[in-house]
Design a protein around this ligand. Structure first.
Ligand code: ADE
Length: 232
């Protein structure tokens, strides 16, 4: 098999979170077809002492546990000796907001690493010295970086040429041209007296494209007028 287009290494204290998503659907196929390689590393393999400890109480007191620096430094340094990483990402609610534009750019990289924080957070020295980019998937707080890591992985891999079969469809998505997507229909043309819009059955591809653009504009105007400022 030829070299994958992208390799994503994910480091997590709960690696089992990833199995079901990576083993399903498009992500599974993209991996099987060798487009992408995703390797999940158990942070506990680098843990300290008999109990493979990865976290500890915060210095200065406070609730919750903080991931200790040693296991993370050891793991990231080991991986970095094996290949050069374009970005070492850290999902965190105080990072920059994840957008389609960031996904597009990341999809052009060769090697990405994602460190999943957990519990209260991660020792700041890790963020200062190892992380190249901090990303938030939205203004809410999750229990760990695993779900955001999967969001990033999914958004990136589906953009790889061949990942979703139809090379046009990833580019037509909501956000790719700064508009939300038009509504889509499939067969039957009539279901319980609900009809597919006539134009989509007309066979006139120019008119259909114009209708879709008009619908996309309308939906964007109604739901996300902020996106239109940049589109116009
Ligand atoms: N970790 C916890 N919450 C998060 C969020 N909203 N985005 C990214 N990482 C997170």
């Amino acid at each position: 098999m030829s070299r994958p287009l992208i390799r994503i290494d994910i480091i997590s204290p709960v690696p089992q979170t990833f199995e079901s998503v990576l083993e399903a659907s498009i992500l599974k196929r993209a991996r099987e077809e060798g487009l992408a390689e995703v390797v999940v590393h158990n942070l506990h393999d680098y843990g300290l002492g008999r109990y493979k400890q990865v976290d500890d109480a915060p210095c200065g007191g406070g609730a919750g546990m903080i991931l200790r620096p040693e296991p993370i430094f050891d793991c990231i340094e080991k991986l970095s000796k094996e290949r050069e990483y374009d970005e070492v990402l850290f999902p965190t609610p105080d990072g920059e907001l994840f957008t389609q534009n960031i996904a597009n750019r990341l999809s052009l990289k060769k090697n990405l690493m994602i460190l999943c924080g957990h519990y209260r957070g991660v020792d700041q020295r890790v963020r200062d010295h190892l992380i190249t980019r901090e990303i938030s998937t939205g203004d809410y707080v999750l229990t760990g970086g695993e779900l955001p890591a999967l969001v990033i992985t999914d958004a990136v891999i589906r953009l790889l040429p061949g990942a979703i079969g139809d090379s046009e469809s990833a580019l037509g998505d909501s956000f790719q041209n700064r508009l939300l997507d038009a509504p889509w229909y499939t067969k039957p043309a009539t279901y319980r007296e609900m009809h597919v819009p006539e134009i989509l059955l007309s066979g006139d591809h120019t008119k259909i494209a114009a209708w879709r653009e008009e619908q996309a504009l309308k939906k964007t105007q109604e739901r996300r007028p902020d996106l239109l400022d940049e589109y116009m």
